[in-house]
Ligand binder design. Structure first.
Ligand code: ADP
Ligand code: MG
Length: 476
């Protein structure tokens, strides 16, 4: 660690976890964003004893992390759809020849036969699952592929595994270990308290008022500011208004092309006064230490996602703020969002039948055809995508060669459909939304303390920085 990373001391539970790992154990580490979770797999790769495979949920994140590891002198690379086919082939050959110690991929990679063969033959010495909460934040982050990690681990002959996340309630911690099929795993949890973060909620009525609030907050925060909104159309509306006031924010979302994404990411990382509007997936795991404020245009779906997102501010330990712009109408929209993320058995079955009965149309038009037939155009309605992923996971569909389409394999059975547990999941997600709502509405208790309690901690003092603490101070 000294020689390679110029670091002299461990932070938090890094050393404890490394000792578990040296003892051959698998398990979970929960450590705040920016705490230093990556060091664990980086050190493992630096030992040069074999391939360390890191599963990451997002492409932007992988590129960043593999670049960083290379700067540290590690033989690292990543495989994803943004690099050319040739380049991918080359990298995969390098993996096969044993020239790579640290490889970043998304779980989707495991759908590819060639990759599966190479990786299986190389037998990773460590499997690291980054942002492991995506396993159970299924409906929110929309990473259905994370539900396959147990299978993937088994396919790799159960290598030693370390799961990493910044946010997991005690219940989610258990779920992660269970889903990864890790028995007798360790579970090390660092306090999530962030002494540099001041959390604030501003009640707003309508988008115009929110935009005015963003302008005001931008002028109060001249450093790097990240604004989150879940709809691309909202981001554009906000950007247009801000443009009229002479502010020129960057916009980042999942529908941008790979090249644009890379460029924006680089600009954002490099600029100390970056002003970025983005969908919440942006920033997951990105290492920009000097973000001074994170502004939310809408109520997030759960305290987990909120804290994960707001936690991207102030990683350098310098004062930073979170500002949640909350409109009481937000909750209704978010409730619809939850509904759309969770198709019921009837819906999934009709997606299958459409594919089985119309193979040609599906091959040509892919998911667009299905959306059209099922008659909905709402961009936030993900039921078709969710259904496709489920059907594929059950073995009812296989992806067609051209990537767009799907081919029917077999009818989903009643056992398949019973796994959906739609009602139960809706209940869980609605409960989380209500906890989030309750957190936003309640103004007489320290905001940080309430988040800590949500994650199973019993803090001894208020933060003294949030809006609730500030108004307490004023009134006393
Ligand atoms: P995260 O837990 O969010 O994944 P990272 O692993 O990206 O955090 O680490 C954030 C920063 O902390 C990096 O710049 C890393 O070099 C630094 N860091 C990690 N461990 C230590 C340590 N023991 N001492 C000092 N800096 C560290
Ligand atoms: Mg990380």
């Amino acid at each position: 660690m000294r020689a390679r990373f110029s670091l002299t001391e461990f932070r938090g539970r890094q050393e404890i976890v490394l000792n578990h790992m040296l003892g051959g154990r698998s398990g979970l580490m929960v450590m705040p964003t920016g705490g230093g979770k990556s060091l664990l797999y980086q050190l493992w790769a630096a030992r040069g004893e074999g391939l360390v495979l890191v599963l990451s949920p997002l492409v932007s994140l992988m590129q960043d992390q593999s670049d960083q590891a290379r700067q540290m002198g590690l033989r690292a690379t990543c495989l994803n759809a943004t690099v050319s086919r040739d380049e991918r082939q080359q990298r995969l050959r390098a993996v096969a020849r044993g020239e790579i110690d640290l490889l970043f991929v998304t779980p989707e990679r495991f759908r590819q036969e060639e990759f599966r063969e190479v990786i299986k033959a190389r037998r990773p010495v460590l499997l690291a699952v980054d942002e492991a909460h995506c396993i159970s934040a299924w409906g929110h982050d929309f990473r259905p592929d994370y539900t396959r990690l147990g299978e993937i681990r088994e396919f790799l002959a159960n290598p030693q595994t370390i799961a990493l996340t910044a946010t997991a309630t005690p219940q989610v911690q258990k779920e992660i270990l269970k889903e990864l099929r890790i028995s007798d795993g360790f579970c090390e949890v660092d306090s999530i308290e962030r002494p540099e973060l001041a959390l604030n909620v501003h009640e707003c009525y309508g988008l115009d008022e929110k935009i005015r609030a963003v302008v005001g907050l931008r002028f109060q925060n001249p450093g790097a500011v990240l604004v989150y909104g879940s709809l691309i159309s909202t981001l554009h509306k906000v950007a247009d208004e801000l443009g009229r006031m002479g502010l020129e924010p960057m916009i980042y979302h999942g529908q941008l092309r790979g090249g644009d994404r890379k460029r924006l990411l680089r600009e954002f990382q490099a600029s100390p006064d970056a002003f970025m509007l983005a969908t919440p997936a942006f920033g997951l795991g990105i290492n920009k230490p000097d973000i001074r404020a994170v502004i939310h245009l809408e109520l997030p779906l759960a305290i987990e996602s909120y804290f994960q997102e707001v936690g991207r501010a102030g990683r350098d330990g310098q004062p930073a703020a979170g500002h949640l712009l909350y409109d009481s109408d937000d909750a209704t929209i978010q409730m619809d969002f939850i509904k759309w993320g969770n198709p019921d058995a009837g819906f999934v079955a009709s997606v299958y039948r459409l594919i089985a009965n119309n193979p040609q149309r599906v091959a040509q038009e892919g998911a667009d055809y299905l959306r059209e037939q099922l008659n909905f155009y709402n961009k936030r309605d993900f039921r078709v995508e969710t259904s496709l992923n489920l059907l594929e996971k059950w073995g009812c569909l296989k992806p067609a060669q051209n990537r767009l389409g799907f081919e029917a394999e077999r009818e989903p059975t009643s056992e398949d459909l019973a796994q959906l547990k739609t009602e139960q999941r809706l209940r869980v997600q609605n409960t989380k939304l209500h906890q989030m709502l309750d957190w936003a509405q309640k103004t007489d208790e320290c905001r940080m303390v309430r988040i800590q309690q949500y994650f199973g901690e019993t803090p001894s003092a208020d933060c003294g920085r949030c809006d609730a603490c500030a108004s307490k101070l004023k009134n006393s």
